[in-house]
Design a protein around this ligand. Sequence first.
Ligand code: ATP
Ligand code: MG
Length: 519
Amino acid sequence: MADYIYTMELRLTPNQQKGVTLVQDIARAAGMNVYLTGGAVRDIISGFAIRDLDFTVQGNPLKLQRELERVGAVVSAADEDLKVIYVTLPGGVRAEVSSARIERYEKTGKPPVVTPATIIEDLRRRDFTVNATALSLNPGSRGLLMDPFNGAADIEAKLLRVLHNYAFVEDPSRLIRALRFSARFHWPLEERTQVRYESAKENNYIEYITNRAIGYEIEQLAYEDDPLNIVRVLEKENWLKVLSPHWTTAKVDTTGLSQLMKTRQQMNEFGYSPDPAPAVLHFLTARLNDKEVSDIRKMIPRRDLAEAWRDLEDNAKSLAKRLTGKEAATPSRTWKLLSSARQEMVLFLAVTARQQSVAQKIKNFFTKWRQVQQKVPLAEMTELYITPQLPEYPKIAEEVFMLLLDGKLRSRTEILKFLKPLAPPPPPPPPPPKRGRGAKAAAAEAPAQTTQAGGKKKGKGVTGATVPAVPLKRAEPAKVPQKPVPKAVPAPAAAKVTKKAPPKKSSPKSKAKKAIKKH
Ligand code: ATP
Ligand code: MG
């Protein structure tokens, strides 16, 4: 039982973990049982990246909205009929909270009749066995995996299997989902599922797909890691035009899209995690006309995504303008501007900037200027007691970095000239050794300590007895992390220096001597 919780905690990002705790606590406080379900559980078990968190509560999740917002979540849409809320949890974690429900399809092409249900009943309305498991987040059963269709075995076997023979008839969007998952994971459809798929295709059940499902599936494309591949696969199967009648891969800006995914990857490596979804939609629909684009936009359930996509070009233009103005007149100013700009905008502009100067500044931001971080004079700073223990350390480090960026600290003399006025007063020297009677008395009080620390049994002064509280010699320069972090504050430098040295291990020789003595 505990294993799944362990695996979950291991597999979720820190922000996702916080998100799970948050939703779990809020649902619990509202008296609702809560489960992690669907793709999140599938990905925890299979080892694939967890793209979003799907929660299911026994109750109405719309009632959790206010409490979620109070703790910093953004609720971007709510589906009153199905009782689902689309949320972005703190740290940009995408999540959905659905009500556990039974869906009864009474007429082809008509939305199902929905009634509240238990979690086990809810799992029966799911699309594929691999998506029909739930992990309890409730006290008493936390970590229990509910798997009535043996989904874990299908995850292991890497097979997509529908839950029953009517799966594609009831909801033809599952045809698109089947293909999307199959392309993403490289998991084939199980044999009978494949037969059902072909037959549904032949009977053209897809024409019964609802607008809600179309909007949902378009949105899902935006979150795919390789959206171009998915779009190609959908096109080949004639599902792309179901999402929008004139949509083909020819309407996609493929160069822009692949550049976007590459730049996103690079930004991830630098410690940024921009949400590429709005830009993905921009490139996927680059050559559709305005009306087609706006029709698609209207169908997307998450309003914040639709709006971010709509405003993308305007926002990029205004960032480009700022990058060519006074605000970005020097490297340090440009650094500040790009560091504080929305990461999504920097990503989009990095791919689309037409002006050479703008493109160059973004390039410098990610390459040349980042390397300047390695030049922060940590040794000189440590020498002057400018260490992370100082409250003003981050500010000083930042200022040094900015001056380095602008080429204003070129020599050691310049560096010291700048740093000295900022240095704290040196710590008081260790107390002088006591002399005469006092020293004798002190020695008599603590003889064991003196011999241990000094390592000598004879001799007058015991100056080497105490470990200095501060370094007396020049410290080793601390290492700057290889992978720069978004904010240009160097890694803690002096923590090592002020630490007490670990007790010396006795050498093999002295060990041998002791052993001889014993005998
Ligand atoms: P991912 O989020 O990684 O794309 P997912 O399986 O989580 O994959 P979502 O679209 O997030 O897909 O949906 C969450 C869960 O809701 C699914 O795992 C599935 O259990 C259920 N679900 C979504 N769409 C359908 C559908 N059309 N029919 C039945 N169940 C569905
Ligand atoms: Mg999901």
